[in-house]
Design a protein around this ligand. Structure first.
Ligand code: AMP
Length: 472
């Protein structure tokens, strides 16, 4: 199939061609005509499927087709609003809006917290057609009356499940109260919990339903490998892999922020350019790290799971789990950052004896054994004994994942699911987050005695509920 048959106008097709896309992805093939028709849309698709172009292209076309009418103060009204859960995603979506809209006269802006309000106010005053925002800062502006959402014609909720995970449900409801009732609404979510279905019920009017393959169903494009390694040799093995394979654009995951920092220091000492991206970094440091990584100036980006949410980088060739996640679903998330939109990728995990339990949990979740390959010179010492893994104030028993023995020491805070790393983690639904506290999650699920998870978590490895027509 080609883009030409989807009903897009030439300025948009030109931008698509310039991006080098030859055919639409499945979500684009379905979403573009649906959105062009003007109806609401409920789409089951996650990052990596091409969903951003799926809603951006038809949105640009619909807005271009109808010239903006200036408001009472002579300003161009904001006609489209895209809400995203994280700053990084907001920035990337707005970049896509600019990329795909470069041959149109539409203007856009991104709005998120952690940076000054005034430049955003100035930009709003100059007038924008399309606003991409995280909910917290959007509501700050609305409260200060520096933002008028009463002319919104198209409203997009991107990664709605993550938004709910991050505690934005009340903020979303507040935003909905600020936009006109009559509008075109598009909701994108990787999974469909009852909460999402409730939101869809509230927001959407007879939506078209689209569901495309989950990322972990397309995992055959991702070559997965485990390198069993001695605990103290991980850093050197990583350097060895990067240098001997001449890897560039390597996304490396650690469980904790300080682990990310230490690893960056080591890589820099070995002349491998690297930066860490996590919640303790300023917004400008995170933006710079991401930009340098994308441009190829930075060879390695080290991220914690929460900080990596929403990062979208074109066809990332290598993802390395420097440490396995204690939550097995995070493994699926991490490796999904490679091999996207049809290009192959490689996901490598450096696993020491302490993490055997985590590995078992992951293999159980993905229902396959991951190939093990010892790298000569880096094999674990035969006598190496598992040691407990320390995650903030939690300690997970030696070599244990959920499948094994574990114990919790030092303030596991049991019942509440334990924000044990002492850092207001972004995982549960308490108040506004706005991407402000990108903390690695504490070991809350693993720290519980074996049994059901304390709270459902985003898309992970759970099979998504099938889409059903929302009741009206
Ligand atoms: P998304 O799911 O929107 O985050 O997009 C995932 C990646 O796929 C982005 O980096 C896009 O640049 C890329 N992409 C989007 N559409 C296409 C397409 N039709 N062909 C090839 N790559 C695409």
């Amino acid at each position: 199939m080609s883009f030409d048959s989807l009903g897009l106008a030439e300025p948009l097709l030109r931008a698509v061609r310039e991006q080098g896309y030859t055919s639409p992805t499945p979500i684009q093939a379905q979403a573009i005509p649906a959105v062009l028709s003007g109806g609401d849309l409920l789409a089951g698709a996650q990052t990596g499927t091409g969903k951003t172009a799926g809603f951006t292209l038809p949105m640009l076309q619909r807005l271009s087709a109808k010239p903006a009418v200036r408001d009472a103060r002579g300003r161009l009204p904001i006609r489209a609003l895209i809400l995203t859960p994280t700053r990084e995603l907001a920035a990337q979506v707005e970049e896509s809006v600019r990329t795909y809209g470069k041959h149109t006269s539409l203007s856009s802006m991104v709005m998120f917290g952690g940076v000054g309000m005034q430049p955003q106010i100035d930009k709003l005053k100059r007038g924008v057609d399309i606003l991409v925002a995280t909910p917290g800062r959007l509501l700050d502006h609305a409260q200060q009356r520096t933002l008028d959402l009463s002319h919104i014609e198209i409203f997009v909720l991107d990664e709605a499940d993550r938004m709910l995970d991050m505690g934005f449900v009340h903020d979303i409801k507040k935003v909905l109260a600020l936009v006109p009732a009559k509008k075109q609404s598009l909701l994108f979510s990787a999974t469909f919990s009852d909460e999402i279905k409730n939101l869809a019920d509230r927001l959407l009017n007879k939506p078209a339903l689209i569901e495309v393959a989950r990322r972990n169903q397309t995992a055959e494009l991702i070559e997965q490998k485990v390198h069993p390694v001695g605990r103290e040799m991980k850093k050197d093995l990583l350097v060895h892999l990067i240098k001997s394979n001449d890897w560039h654009q390597v996304l490396v995951f650690t469980r904790m922020k300080h682990g990310a920092n230490r690893l960056v220091e080591h890589l820099l000492k070995q002349d491998v350019t690297a930066m860490a991206i996590h919640g303790n970094k300023s917004q400008s440091a995170r933006t710079k790290a991401l930009a340098d990584f994308k441009s190829g100036d930075l060879r390695v980006l080290v991220a914690t799971d929460i900080a990596a949410r929403g990062i979208d980088i074109d066809q990332l060739p290598h993802v390395v789990n420097f440490e396995l996640p204690n939550v097995p679903e995070d493994y699926v998330h991490r490796i999904g950052r490679t091999g996207r939109a049809g290009s192959p990728g490689e996901a490598v995990s450096l696993v020491c004896v302490d993490e055997d339990g985590f590995l078992r949990d992951i293999e159980k979740l993905i229902k396959r054994e991951i190939r093990k390959e010892v790298v000569a010179g880096f094999a674990p010492h035969p006598g190496e004994r598992p040691e407990p893994i320390v995650l903030g104030r939690m300690v997970i028993g030696a070599g244990a994942g959920r499948g094994g023995h574990r114990h919790v020491a030092g303030g596991g805070r049991g019942g509440h699911g334990g924000h044990g790393s002492g850092g207001g983690g972004a995982h549960s639904g308490h108040g506004r987050n706005d991407g402000r506290s990108h903390e690695p999650r504490a070991a809350q699920p693993a720290a519980r005695p074996a049994g059901p998870r304390p709270e459902p978590r985003r898309d992970g490895g759970r099979p998504p509920a099938r889409l059903t027509q929302p009741k009206r």
